[in-house]
Design a protein around this ligand. Structure first.
Ligand code: IVH
Length: 724
């Protein structure tokens, strides 16, 4: 390399370093606006552009990648489970009070220790999640691998400030588990807090934030729907779901679940950083953490009770579960004076809301038939008021669940209701006042709707009606197809679907697209105006993107997210229909069972005919191209050697379809060299020029079949509660 060349490379490298630092700052700022403040400043598309540029630059300069770069949220798997780590000071629990009188008792005890000194209290929501400790400190040297987030640097903090080093679960309070790789994927957890922001907030360069990881209710419902579709037992409540997620060994899964984090303690070497809890909360917020906005400092019992009452009345509208209010003595010195009793501090207390449980009798067990033919037992309850609503049904999921509960018809049961969550039977209650029921429930041998045979496949929890034309299945599949999150056909609700089927105006999904106004007008309570608007809705659904059509088909195990991944990775209905199970399994989230279900679906003549009719009706059969064609825009690839899965032509076609360029020779302008087996001179040249080298798998990832396959736009879906 000539001197001039070396000089120009150095200059380029310096420029890249500067640009990388700038983009990272900008992305961090937007992440903060979006995930912590719920007030985005730029569009998702503009955000994607930044993220893509950063990825490309880091690809060309891998030596500049740092663990707290916004591109590094999803890292490797924790290999041997989770390491046990000691807490800086025990993570305690709280004593509970459940009434005004008990709260007054607690307050009196506080007063008796603090005497006449002025006392104020901070009221916070008691978030129903899992508590966690996050440790931040000066960043490791650039180029450090985030596989070892615990690496410390002795260097003075740089402008990068505190970097997330470790995240530890509560565990037994003294020792928890290192779940750093998983917590890194939570978007409201800053990977680092800029030095300027830290200084402004008053936080030291090394600190610990304690707080709560919660699963928003929307995410919880989506998770359970997915589990249901996959024949898995549902998670009982958002807290269990959050706890399970934080301890999975797949950071990818954690990333999809959209957990959220709220901070409530700021510590340094196990001691409070600030003299007051209000200051700590404000500082955490200023340092870039999400702190629950529903908090207040009060100095009277009336105000304490006012906060509790308001929180309870808002409980159902928050978007996440709370189970009470936490009241803390504000001043740190007074907290120290009060000290601890055994497991809990004397300076704080949890005012627990009345639990949303109720005891009632199971009058009967009905069986519903779903769109996949699945039979779901539903408990018909003697109506009971729980937390302001009347509950008269609760799902029992499947036969195993009935067995697990040991439930008989006539039993009394404890029913629990969460924020938005479907009522759940917790257990059978049997005592003097609640004698046992005596009717054993037998799963029907025949479908309760069409009287066809019912089967339970080996190893599966569910019974299914074998009749593909079972009216219940038809009805449910039409309702599913029309649902808001699927094809979003307004006005096609239960009453209308029932009539359409009764009058034999449709016999399946495709029939919707040949309905006429005259036909609709023959139905009860359908006037010209509603017929027109329904037809307009059906017409508009033709524009729904491919993944929604796929979701709408009702293929077993293919939920919303899987449909999205399939559409993004195959690009068209035809490519998907032709795919072999092995090819389907290349897609994230698609295992052998799902792949087989998809292949079987498209092998069925009736289903192929349905797809044909939908094609003729003019539904969208190709994936949105906007995102696809621009994914690799501006990047140049050189292919060399033999790749295990793709031929050279296939790889070229897919790169070009995603907006990238493929060139024959390696130069400094090359963004990536994709090297297979027996790669020769081109690979050497890539190494010489420090052009990043990818394996086939990494290329597929960039193309959208791998763990980071969806665009950052998709990554930003389902923001924190209150977001868009
Ligand atoms: S303070 C020693 N503040 O409630 C102080 N805890 O029963 C204990 N929690 O384990 C923590 N929201 O998981 C505190 N605003 C809040 C909280 C909160 C939820 C949980 C936390 C803790 C449990 C105590």
């Amino acid at each position: 390399m000539s001197k001039a060349e070396t000089g120009s490379r150095e200059r380029e490298s310096e420029q890249a370093e500067k640009r990388i630092a700038d983009i990272r700052d900008e992305i961090r700022r937007h992440d903060y606006q979006y995930y912590v403040q719920d007030s985005p400043e730029i569009s998702d598309a503009a955000y994607d552009v930044l993220m893509r540029e950063l990825r490309a630059l880091e690809g060309r300069h891998p030596e500049l990648i740092v663990p707290d770069s916004p591109t590094q949220r999803i890292g490797g798997k924790p290999k041997e489970g989770f390491q046990k780590l000691q807490h800086s000071r025990p993570m305690l629990s709280l004593d509970n009070v459940t009434s005004e009188a008990e709260l007054s008792d607690w307050e009196r005890r506080v007063r008796s220790v603090l005497g006449d000194a002025k006392v104020t209290y901070v009221c916070e929501l008691k978030l129903d999640g899992v508590s966690i400790a996050l440790h931040y400190g000066p960043p490791a040297e650039p180029g450090g691998s985030h596989a070892e987030p615990t690496r410390h640097s002795s260097k003075a903090p740089t402008e990068r400030g505190g970097v997330l080093l470790r995240a530890i679960t509560r565990g037994d309070g003294a020792v928890g588990e290192d779940v750093t790789t998983n917590v890194r994927t939570i978007r409201s957890v800053p990977l680092s807090s800029p030095q300027a922001r830290l200084e402004h907030s008053g936080m030291p360069p090394e600190f610990e934030v304690r707080g709560e990881v919660v699963m928003p209710i929307e995410g919880f419902l989506a998770l359970n729907q997915e589990r249901e579709e996959q024949g898995l037992p549902p998670a009982a409540n958002p807290r269990n779901a959050a706890a399970g997620t934080i301890r999975t060994l797949e950071p990818n899964i954690v990333a999809q679940r959209r957990l959220d984090f709220y901070g409530y303690f700021a510590l340094h070497e196990g001691e409070n950083v600030f003299g007051e809890q209000t200051k700590a909360l404000d500082a955490l917020s200023a340092a870039g953490f999400r702190v629950n906005p529903r908090r207040t400092e009060v100095d009277s019992r009336e105000a304490l009770l006012g906060f509790v009452a308001k929180a309870e009345s808002e409980r159902d509208t928050l978007g996440y579960e709370i189970d009470g209010v936490v009241i803390k003595v504000n001043r740190t010195d007074q907290q120290q004076q009060l000290g601890f009793t055994g497991r809990a501090p004397r300076w704080a207390v949890a005012y627990k809301f009345a639990s949303r449980n109720g005891i009632t009798r199971v009058e009967d067990i009905a069986v519903q038939v779903g769109r996949t033919g699945k039979l779901t037992p539903v408990a018909i309850l003697h109506p009971v008021a729980i937390g302001g609503t009347t509950v008269s049904r609760a799902t029992l999921h499947n036969a195993d669940e009935i067995e697990r509960l040991g439930l008989k018809i006539g039993d009394s049961v404890l029913v629990e209701r969460g924020g938005d969550v479907i009522p759940k039977i917790v257990e059978v209650v049997a005592d003097k006042e609640h004698p046992r029921g005596d009717r054993t429930f037998h799963f029907p041998q025949r479908c309760p709707v069409c009287d066809s045979e019912v089967v339970r496949a080996e190893g599966e929890a569910d019974y299914r009606c074998v009749n593909a034309n079972c009216p219940a299945r038809l009805r449910e599949s039409l309702l599913h197809f029309a649902a808001r999150k699927v094809m979003n056909i307004d006005g096609l609700g239960e009453a209308l679907v029932t009539q359409l089927l009764e009058h034999k105006l449709v016999t399946g999904i495709a029939g919707l697209y040949t309905l006429t106004e005259a036909e609709l007008l023959t139905l009860d309570r359908v006037a010209k105006k509603s017929a027109e608007s329904l037809l307009a809705g059906i017409e508009a659904s033709k524009k729904a993107p491919l993944h929604r059509v796929l979701f709408g088909l009702g293929i077993r195990f293919v939920g919303e997210r899987t449909a999205e991944l399939l559409a993004a990775s195959f690009g068209s209905m035809d490519a998907l229909m032709k795919a072999k199970p092995e090819e389907l399994e290349q897609v994230e989230d698609v295992g052998p069972r799902v792949a087989q279900a998809i292949a079987e679906f498209f092998a069925e003549a009736k289903n192929r005919e349905l797809v044909e009719r939908l094609r003729q009706a003019g539904l969208t059969f190709t994936a949105e191209t906007k995102r696809k064609t621009s994914q690799l825009a501006g990047l140049t690839f050189v292919l060399t050697g033999t790749m295990p899965g793709l031929t050279r032509e296939e790889a070229k076609a897919r790169i070009e379809a995603a907006g990238g360029r493929v060139s024959g020779s390696v130069s400094r302008k090359t963004s990536y060299v994709v090297a297979g087996e027996d790669a020769g001179a081109k690979l050497d040249k890539a190494r010489e020029l420090k052009v990043p080298v990818l394996e086939e798998e990494q290329l597929l990832e960039m193309l959208g079949a791998g763990p980071e396959g969806h665009s950052d736009h998709a990554e930003r879906g389902n923001p924190a509660p209150g977001g868009r």
